[in-house]
Design a protein around this ligand. Sequence first.
Ligand code: GDP
Ligand code: IMO
Ligand code: MG
Length: 423
Amino acid sequence: MVKGKVDALLGIVFGDEGKGKVVDVFTPKYDVVARFAGGPNAGHTIIFEDKKFVLRSIPSGIFDKGKLNIIGNGCVIAPDLFMDEARELEASGYDLKNRLHISKRAHLILPTHRVLDRAYEAAKGKNKVGTTGKGIGPTYSEKASRTGLRVGDILENFQQKYQALKSRHEQILSELHYTDYNITEEEQKWMEGVEYMRQFSLTDTETEINQALRQGKNVLAEGAQGTMLDIDHGTYPFVSSSSTTCGGVCTGLGVAPNTIGQVFGIFKAYSTRVGSGPFPVELFDETGDKIRQIGHEYGAVTGRNRRCGWLDLVALKYAIMVNGVTQLIMMKSDVLDGFDTIRACIAYEKDGQQTTDMPYDTEGWAPVYRDFPGWKQDLTSLTSAYQFPKELKDYIRFIEEETETPVTIVSVGPDRAQTIYRY
Ligand code: GDP
Ligand code: IMO
Ligand code: MG
């Protein structure tokens, strides 16, 4: 970690890799923690001292009371959900007012964006994306269409702007013959959320961050979602609607590429995916159920079952390439403690042909596995990499050789304390 730089911590698979936990662990080393993409579709879990928090829009650096946290311009924000999240933190003794700044350029998720999210999903029939229903796609589409409302808009003539956009949404919904909604109560709370947001510093966060960098401070950019859900590099159209990759750090915070320092790529010792879309390593058998059960693989936002499978090195290598990952962080290693054999996908196969490069269309490819003996040992109380069983060391060494990237941290449990540095 170098002063005056932005380090990025990015989920490099399908999200839920454990970003919240690691951002919380890293925060003491940074001056500023900033979210650059996504919104309340994210659910970042942080556990310490027997307390559990799930953050949606607020950066996971918020538990270190001296640090500035920023919701950057690349994010989308729902005032009502933000208010709930912030109030819960305040009730737990974390005062946010002076140390959470929100970009005036971040886009607002309106109640009608959430209805549109449901309506578009309903219209897709069998090809649903399986979104979180938080209005993410419609809000980012609106941003690209140059018709959206931004946080800065709440400072002037807001009611007028809001009503105009809402009417447009109602018109689209009526054209779609989607009438199954009533936002009256939701809208009231949303407006309360807008009032609540006014108490925060709504600023030009890109200027603030760049000033901090010039003063030699360092910034941790907290990713949301994962590379395979990125709008450009993910399994389109089964993706989210923002740039979740390293390029998104630059556009979503307003920092230049040459300010990027370390790029931490975070993944689980196995794979999961929530929602629809191709997932070549998916297990439909007892092993998949066992991973889900032991790993508590149920969505933090929607409670849905996460689809489970073995580690996918094709996806990992692709993500390392597009993000310029400099260090890997392997999470949830303890979940595999009881398995006799652990598998890793080293290539995809279709019609007798194999590839180790991510194909344009991941549908219909079968995984080619390499097997490893399991370590069959409880990792959760280990405190040093010297205590790692040989089988775990071999599994990690294989990942490092295949990806040509060091695995510098191994996580062996959900608590802050269960984090082991290897170098
Ligand atoms: P995020 O969206 O990337 O922040 O990840 P989520 O919070 O959605 O999902 C990660 C889940 O795994 C959370 O329930 C964490 O508490 C939990 N977790 C994180 N690291 C570990 C670990 O090393 N072992 C185990 N067993 N659980 C972990
Ligand atoms: P974190 O930050 C896992 C998935 C949804 C769906 C697709 C599009 O906690 O890792 P959206 O509501 O964004 O339009 O949904 O993306 N998805 C996530 N999956 N973790 C997330 O965030 C996700 N955010 C969105 O399940 O398949
Ligand atoms: Mg999550």
